[in-house]
Design a protein around this ligand. Structure first.
Ligand code: ZN
Length: 136
């Protein structure tokens, strides 16, 4: 598969979408309450190998709003880790384990033709350490 044919993933589509404001927001600005966090993702499905099956993300080098799927045929693939974190922060939840289906679909490179929904899914484990309320 040539580089040109690489399917855009959720984070690519998001980056190129109209949400100009969102892409400028750093993790620190988006989640000022979070001191540190670990997100463990275990993916099952197409394009998944021993090398990329398990990924761990920390606050530094956080991927952003979306974590992408590995299915090479999938367009707009991945899931929104941002929405999971916003939900957790709202409830001040520290631990969460959940299952997320890929939001993308297999199709032509630009996503114009859809063949079928991507069947990849992710086991997600999040653990958040919040900043102390009265840190002076
Ligand atoms: Zn996918």
């Amino acid at each position: 598969m040539s580089k040109r044919d690489r399917r855009q993933k959720a984070s690519d589509v998001f980056r190129e979408s109209k949400f100009l404001y969102s892409k400028k927001v750093s993790f620190e600005e988006a989640f000022p309450e979070i001191e540190d966090l670990t997100v463990e993702v275990e993916e099952t499905g197409h394009g998944v190998s021993e090398l990329n099956r398990k990924r761990t993300y920390r606050k530094q080098y956080f991927p952003g709003e979306y974590i992408d799927c590995s299915n090479p045929l999938c367009y707009n693939g991945g899931f929104s880790i941002g929405s999971i974190l916003r939900e957790m922060v709202k409830k001040r939840q520290t631990e969460l384990e959940t299952l997320k289906l890929c939001q993308g679909h297999e199709g032509s490179p630009k996503g114009r033709r859809i063949y079928r929904k991507c069947m990849n899914f992710f086991k997600v484990k999040v653990s958040i350490k919040y900043k102390e309320a009265n840190e002076e």
